[in-house]
Design a protein around this ligand. Sequence first.
Ligand code: MN
Length: 441
Amino acid sequence: MGTLNETHDPALRSWVASANAADTDFPIQNLPLAVFRRRGSHEAFRGGVAIGTQIVDLAAAVARGAFDGAAARAAQAAAGDSLNALMALGPAAWSALRLSLSRALREGAAAQPLLESCLVPQADADYTLPARIGDYTDFYTGIHHATTVGKLFRPDNPLLPNYKWVPIGYHGRSSSIVVSGTPVRRPLGQTKAAAETPQFGASQRLDYELELGFLIGTGNALGEPIAIEDAEAHLFGVALFNDWSARDIQPWEYQPLGPFLSKNFGSTLAPWVVTMEALAPFRAPLVRPAGDPQPLPYLDGRDDRARGALDITLDVWLQTAQMREAGQGAVRLTRGNAGEAAYWTPAQLVAHHTVGGCNLQPGDLFGSGTLSGPGADQAGSLLELTQGGQRPITLPNGETRSFLADGDTLILRGSCERAGARRIGFGPCTGTVLPARAPRS
Ligand code: MN
């Protein structure tokens, strides 16, 4: 679990002026990574680092000899069309690159003229997924989400008895994970209401899920679990993640083996991965309410208890097609905090996932599960916000929503703010709903 060092100094300023704006997501203390190319070009995708409104093109910086030693090897590994090779190098390499970039981007740095020639404006960039995601696992760490949703289905028994003992998860689908900005098509599928037989057609209860995506750095060998004390060192970073869900397909299909087509039509990952080192000033204790069971020993680490949770403020914004046509900006639906929402820490998810011997690989993705706070205004999905669709919300322009409509654009935002630290953010994670394809007749 990263300790604070000179790269976190809140007094640091960059010669990239936009990085010094108070409200930027990407000050010099953040330095998240993405994979990009110039918009509309046929250039190769390559790794880049956000600074203010700009991207440091790592392939260009490597070609111009901007880095030495371990930082040069790390930057070279990030110069290809995914960050997997960098992820495989481990925390010392990630940290060397961060320190080198922090020094080179500071006000007065001798490297300014060289790195200035490697900047690409974010406004001119297209992104692809930051990693080739081999496997995607979706967890269910949001205890308030689990309780609220459980109440809708089982009023007497909202939280199943395993919840506080075992991090619940299922193996998801990586092929349909898309980068922020990619439209997501409303799925077709079977649904079953009161009628005796199921219906086939477009989902009428399309929803979002506010999640964090945890990207695995170094993996483990098959058969060799990762101990809770070592788990953080296997985590590369965090990106915002919208795990779209079809709430009408799910109840009919999910027993006994779990979610399937209700989840596998698309998930949206933000392009920018905020490293665990950048998050070091924003860690929080793992809190267990009085009377809850203590984690079993393989899920219980001293450091993890002290600061395993993430203090990240998470927002959900919506812009309907009608709002867009009227020139109206997105409206915020909810705001919550990841640390308050999650019952399990990222390190516990790594320890649990591997304890039976399962091997993780660089670029694997864990979804946190829907991160809803305890309050009704902190819901991480429309299912919760509208109480199963029974209490539609009214938007400022008079439109109502129980679930998402075609043309709706959903935007997730995240940021970290603490006294004594520079505010950092995650950049937006957006997706617009396309109409379903016509079903076969
Ligand atoms: Mn999910």
